[in-house]
Design a protein around this ligand. Structure first.
Ligand SMILES: CC(C)(COP(=O)(O)OP(=O)(O)OC[C@H]1O[C@@H](n2cnc3c(N)ncnc32)[C@H](O)[C@@H]1OP(=O)(O)O)[C@@H](O)C(=O)NCCC(=O)NCCS
Length: 150
C-alpha cells in the first residue's frame, strides 16, 4: 500500500482528534490539547495519508529537562494498520530532531505499540503505576541512537 507522510497542517486537527478518541478512549486528549499541539511550533507533527485520505498522526517535542525527545502521540486508523505507517510516522518524528535520545510512555497492555517500539530500538526503562485514566500502568521506553557515532 502506498502512503505519504507529510508535516501536519491545521486542517488535520479534527481528524487527528477523532482518531485519538477512537484509539485512546478515556485517555484521549481534548480539543484544547490538540489546539496546543497544532499551535506550538516546537512540537513536530506529521500526518500519514493513503490516497489523499487521513490515515495516521504523530507528534513529538524536545524535553529540555530530560535532554531527550518525547514521542507525545502516535496513532494509525484501524483500517491502515500493519502496513508500516506507524513505523514511518515514528521514524519521521525521530528524524525531525538533531537530538539522539528519545523517550515515550505506553500502556503496559498495548502489545502492538510495545512491539513496534521494541522493533525500532526502544527499551523499557521504567514503570509508572496507574498512569492512565483506564487504570493501567505505563511503561517508560527510551532509545539513544547516538547519531554522531561513526
Ligand atoms: C501502535 C500503532 C500506531 C501501530 O501502527 P501500524 O501502522 O500498525 O504500525 P506498523 O505497520 O509500522 O507496524 C505494526 C506491525 O505491522 C507489521 N507490518 C509492517 N508493515 C507490514 C506489511 N506491509 N504487511 C504486514 N505487516 C506489516 C510490522 O512488522 C509490525 O509488526 P510487529 O507488531 O510484530 O512489530 C497502531 O496499532 C495504533 O494506532 N494503535 C492505537 C493507538 C496506539 O496504541 N498508539 C501508541 C500509543 S503509545
Amino acid at each position: 500500500m502506498c502512503f505519504e507522510i507529510r508535516k501536519a497542517v491545521p486542517r488535520d486537527l479534527h481528524a487527528a482528534l477523532q482518531l485519538d478518541k477512537e484509539a485512546f478512549g478515556v485517555d484521549a486528549w481534548s480539543i484544547l490539547d490538540y489546539a496546543g499541539v497544532f499551535s506550538f511550533r516546537g512540537i513536530k507533527k506529521f500526518t500519514a495519508l493513503v490516497g489523499g485520505k487521513f490515515a495516521g498522526f504523530a507528534a513529538a517535542e524536545y524535553d529540555a529537562g530530560r535532554k531527550a525527545v518525547c514521542l507525545m502521540t502516535l496513532a494509525v486508523r484501524p483500517e491502515f494498520r500493519k502496513k508500516g505507517i506507524g513505523t514511518a510516522l515514528l521514524k519521521r518524528c525521530e528524524e525531525a530532531f538533531t537530538q539522539t535520545k528519545y523517550f515515550l510512555t505506553v500502556d503496559c497492555e498495548n502489545r502492538s505499540a510495545i512491539c513496534l517500539y521494541e522493533h525500532n530500538g526502544y527499551r523499557q526503562t521504567g514503570v509508572i503505576h496507574a498512569y492512565y485514566l483506564n487504570g493501567h500502568d505505563a511503561f517508560e521506553m527510551e532509545k539513544d541512537t547516538d547519531k554522531c557515532r561513526i
